[in-house]
Design a protein around this ligand. Structure first.
Ligand code: ACO
Length: 319
């Protein structure tokens, strides 16, 4: 049994926030942000636009691409750090909005690694025969967690959603999820966290980050996860056609590519126009590269991410 990726979809809010706009109210500049991060602009959800709204549009786009309807889907996983409400799960709302009236739906919280964790979780459900067709979404209104006076964090993030349809397939063929690798090290909790929450402060809180330490951890652990996912598949990193990284910072993407000797042309980068959309960033980047024709059926794609927790992971998929 294999989990075949049948379709991908994305959605971004309309509102574009440029570096120049940020520089009007913060002690920063377009040059600094571009040089240190590669980010030129990011999208920001409207006040009445919720994570589930973004998720539903991305999901419909993925369902159209896959040729699947609500009645086909029996598992919905939404990776998010910015749920509509503390409960019920945003996935439950998405399920209802899309008219999916069967199967289970739940949220998964692994911050920026959320989509990789959700993909691996769905793969396990499908391979064990516990579901047939999964809708896996990464969706965030991350802008709601930002301290707009903290120039070290608020310049990095944006809002958006991406989704894939995964379906269990039996028999011959080599398409689908080939290997995944997930890792969490809670000892690095304080490098990247939100300083509020239901149980500890009874508030929502804002993102806090030790940026340069996260940067170093990211290059090291992302590279390790990519090698591990390939090793588990018995493949060398040279066999990979496309790398679809979490879009945190262009310098992290470049650092990982340099460390592993990867041709930069094979790395999909959307960070300039999306910023870091946390759990949405990998499926959004995948969507861009599938739709513009770079990623083709049969090709090997390696996705990866690192985020708060710290969490990190990678997933190797034959499209
Ligand atoms: N504009 C101008 N100056 C700034 C800004 C800004 N927006 N932000 C920070 N600075 C200043 C700092 O205050 C500091 O000034 P000082 O020397 O006077 O104290 C100086 O720039 C250098 O600060 P560093 O934090 O060392 O700068 P660095 O080169 O590491 O860049 C950045 C900061 C962009 C946050 C970088 O560390 C980074 O991207 N880290 C990765 C973190 C990340 O991507 N987190 C997202 C979630 S995890 C993930 O997705 C992988």
């Amino acid at each position: 049994m294999r989990s075949v990726l049948l379709g991908v979809g994305g959605h971004l809010p309309e509102r574009v926030l440029t570096n120049a706009e940020l520089a009007k109210r913060l002690d920063t500049s377009d040059e600094w942000i571009v040089e240190r991060t590669g980010i030129r602009e990011r999208r920001i959800a409207a006040d009445d636009e919720k994570t589930s709204d973004l998720a539903c549009v991305a999901a419909l786009n993925a369902m159209n691409a896959a040729g699947r309807e609500a009645s086909d889907i029996d598992l919905v996983i939404v990776a998010t750090t910015t749920p509509d409400l503390t409960f019920p799960a945003t996935a439950a709302r998405v399920q209802a909005e899309l008219g999916i009236n069967q199967g289970a739906a739940f949220d998964l919280q692994a911050v920026c690694s959320g989509f990789i964790f959700a993909l691996a979780t769905a793969d396990n459900f499908l391979v064990r025969g516990q579901a047939k067709t999964a809708l896996v979404i990464g969706a965030e209104t991350f802008s709601r967690l930002l301290d707009w006076d903290d120039r070290g964090t608020c310049i990095l993030f944006g809002d958006g959603a991406g989704a894939v349809i995964l379906e269990a397939e039996d028999g011959p063929g080599d398409r689908g999820v080939i290997s995944t690798f997930l890792r969490t090290d809670g000892r690095m909790h304080d490098l990247l966290y939100v300083d509020g929450g239901v149980s500890e402060t009874n508030t929502v809180g804002k993102v806090r980050m030790v940026g340069n330490a996260v940067f170093r951890q990211a290059v090291e652990h992302i590279s390790g996860a990519m090698l591990e996912a390939c090793a588990r598949a018995g493949l060398s990193i040279d066999a990979v056609d496309w790398f679809v990284p979490h879009q945190a910072n262009q310098r992290i993407l470049d650092g990982v590519a340099r460390k592993l000797g990867i041709d930069a042309q094979k790395v999909v980068s959307t960070v300039a126009f999306h910023g870091n959309t946390s759990a949405a960033s990998v499926p959004l980047a995948l969507d861009v590269a599938v739709r513009d024709g770079r990623i083709k059926p049969g090709q090997l794609v390696l996705m990866e991410a690192l985020g708060g927790g710290l969490t990190w992971g990678a997933a190797l998929v034959r499209m």
